[in-house]
Design a protein around this ligand. Structure first.
Ligand SMILES: Nc1ncnc2c1ncn2[C@@H]1O[C@H](COP(=O)(O)OP(=O)(O)OP(=O)(O)O)[C@@H](O)[C@H]1O
Length: 194
C-alpha cells in the first residue's frame, strides 16, 4: 500500500444525486490543500479508452459521448472486477500525490466499500448522497434500461449501513448542515494527529 490517508470518505448515491457536487463542497470546506477527490471510474475509463481507442477526456465529462459507451464500459468493468474485486480501487488510490483526506466520489458496488473498509478500516466513513427522483430528473437524470437497473447503479441501494447521509434535495441549509458535520469530523481528526 503506497500511502495511508487520515480519513477516507466513500461517497455513493444514485445518478445525478449530486455526488460530485457534494465532494467538491466538502473539498472546498475542508481545504483543497488537504483533500484529494478520487474517482474510481477514472482509471477504469482510462484503461477502457486505451483498449478501445477512444477519447479519454470525453469519457470523463458528462457529455453524450460518455453515455454512448456507458453500457459496454459497465460490462467491461464487471469482467475486470470479477478477476480482481479491488482492481480499480487500488489503481485509483495508487497515485503518489494523494493528500491526507481522500474523498472517493463514486463507490458503486459492495466490493468498493469492502475494499476501503478492509484496507483503511479505522479511517473509512461511508456517505450516501440522497436525492428524490424528481430532483435528480431536474438535474438531467433519465432512467436508462441497462444502466439504471444494472449492478453499477443499484449495487449499494440496499444492505449497506451508511455512516452518514447527505440530503441533497434542494434545501441548501440542510445540505450545509450535513456537510459541516463531516467537515467537523475531519477537523477533529486532524487536531488529534497534529
Ligand atoms: N445542491 C445543489 N445545488 C445546485 N446544483 C446541484 C446541487 N446538487 C447537484 N447539482 C447539480 O446537478 C448536476 C448533477 O450533479 P453531480 O454531477 O454532482 O451528480 P452525480 O451524482 O455526481 O452524477 P453522475 O452519477 O451522473 O456522475 C450538476 O450539474 C450539479 O452541479
Amino acid at each position: 500500500m503506497d500511502k495511508i490517508p487520515e480519513k477516507v470518505f466513500v461517497i455513493s448515491g444514485k445518478r445525478k444525486s449530486g455526488k460530485d457536487y457534494v465532494a467538491s463542497l466538502m473539498c472546498n470546506r475542508i481545504g483543497k490543500h488537504l483533500c484529494s477527490s478520487v474517482q474510481l471510474s477514472g482509471p477504469l475509463k482510462k484503461q477502457y479508452a486505451e483498449d478501445h481507442n477512444l477519447n479519454f477526456e470525453k469519457l470523463m465529462d458528462s457529455s453524450e459521448y460518455k453515455e454512448k459507451f456507458r453500457i459496454d464500459m459497465i460490462k467491461w468493468g464487471e469482467d475486470k472486477r470479477t478477476e480482481d474485486p479491488g482492481f480499480f480501487c487500488r489503481l485509483a488510490t495508487s497515485k503518489a500525490d494523494l493528500k491526507k483526506i481522500w474523498i472517493i466520489t463514486d463507490a458503486r458496488r459492495k466490493t468498493d466499500v469492502d475494499y476501503f473498509k478492509e484496507n483503511y478500516n479505522d479511517r473509512t466513513l461511508t456517505v450516501r448522497v440522497c436525492a428524490k427522483e424528481s430532483i435528480r430528473k431536474s438535474r438531467g437524470f433519465t432512467f436508462t434500461l441497462g444502466v439504471d437497473d444494472a449492478e453499477s447503479e443499484c449495487g449499494l441501494d440496499e444492505g449497506i449501513h451508511w455512516d452518514y447521509l447527505i440530503h441533497n434535495n434542494g434545501d441548501q441549509d440542510l445540505l450545509d448542515k450535513d456537510i459541516n458535520h463531516l467537515v467537523t469530523i475531519v477537523q477533529e481528526k486532524l487536531c488529534d494527529v497534529t
